[in-house]
Design a binder for this molecule. Sequence first.
Ligand SMILES: Cc1ncc(COP(=O)(O)O)c(C=O)c1O
Length: 481
Amino acid sequence: MSYHCLGCSETFGIEQLLYTCPACGEVLLLQDLEKNRLKGLSGETWRDILDYRRMLKIPALKGIYRFHEFIGPVIPLDAIVYLGEGHTPIVEANATLQEAAGMRFFYKNDGQNPSASFKDRGMASALSYIHYLVKSGRVENILAVCASTGDTSAAAALYASYLQPSVKSAVLLPHGKVTPQQLSQPLGSGASVFEIPGLFDDCMKVVEALSEKYNVALLNSKNAWRILGQESYSYEVAQDLEYEMKNKVVVVPIGNAGNITAVMAGFLKFFEAGIITDLPKIVGVQSEHANPVYSYYLEPDAKKRRFEPMTAKPSVAQAAMIGNPVSMPRVISLVNQYNQRAGKQMVFFTCVTEQEIMDCQLVANRNGHIACTHGGETLAGLIRARKEGLVHSDETAIIDSTAHALKFSGFQEMYFEDRMPAEYGITPKKELQNAPVFMRPEGLKEVPAPGAPLSGEAFREFVRQTADAIAEKLTLSLREK
Ligand SMILES: Cc1ncc(COP(=O)(O)O)c(C=O)c1O
């Protein structure tokens, strides 16, 4: 394996951790020099091997390393860190949601990863690589650092904590721009947590300065090992759909653009190896409040496109609130490759409002899902893409809920309690709001209190009256005797 520069096409060995090209400074991707090794087997044999592995119990070949030959084949099995990532469920939307979207679709719930977001896929890869460097004596006592909108730091701190004391972690977060749940995660994993004034893009600059000057391992998606691990999302989608990718659409939210890079790279690798015979359509979604990638592709003439970083505005898809995505050069390179290999345009971008994101998240979760706000963004993106004619009713979509709903429950709370700050531009819809009802029937003289439980007739009276009051509220009919 080697690092491959997207700027000057130079390659570099993987004995040292590189983030950018030492020759020209451009971002890197990892490539397998023995690509033909992957082509040595037929697509059918690969499918059999991968399906057989699904049944194995060997930890090193579970999670993202079920696809070991595609994700870091040089990493020895005893260096692999497996914390239960991957294998996330694909859940078909019910009739109500499919009607709203105008097509068949499934959610892939990547919030069901160990740190409750898709970032674990990339961290399993990056920390397995670091473990390999430590075990082979190439580095010792390493400090892993990252800037984060919340989920990267949670995943980094979790995977680093498994390797302590030889690996420690430090994370930089934009002050007040991650949810309390996300903040609690790296703290709980024992990382050093630094809150920085400004936005993610500012934190990223500080982390870059740290990694240029000091001996640290950068864990942001600039680190190509992260991208490699995140490719497992595509491999799992392909396997779950029995490798049939014709007329399929994969919808992902975009922030720093590492995820969409990995999703495209993953499908391309399976396609090159003959494991899938069609490339799915890819739709990347951004909020109006942070849409530099979408804006870049608004210009139809590729030669005239100019990338303009922007200052992101507050977004409920907070983890994707990024105005200057690090992986933009990778996106440009992979979109070209993807469309070329497909022989037609297969990668599309769409943009949605904050209102659409929030409403879609709430509607999704009222229909059996555990989508985070970014999962709301992908559903809103799918609906937009249908309206814009980018996807069609005879196709089937797999939309990414990149984190667990509970990480972002504060937005739901503000929506339900009519407390959405004006800067989001969201007007809560009464029919989507919900609130707990405190029940204390008026006739009750006594109610249980902490340390003072009721007993006897007082308790029976409390139970009877409370049950009747709930039944009245819900207009329940009496059970027939
Ligand atoms: C939950 C969630 N969704 C989406 C994204 C955006 O992914 P990417 O930055 O790889 O584009 C992030 C990134 O932080 C995230 O945490």
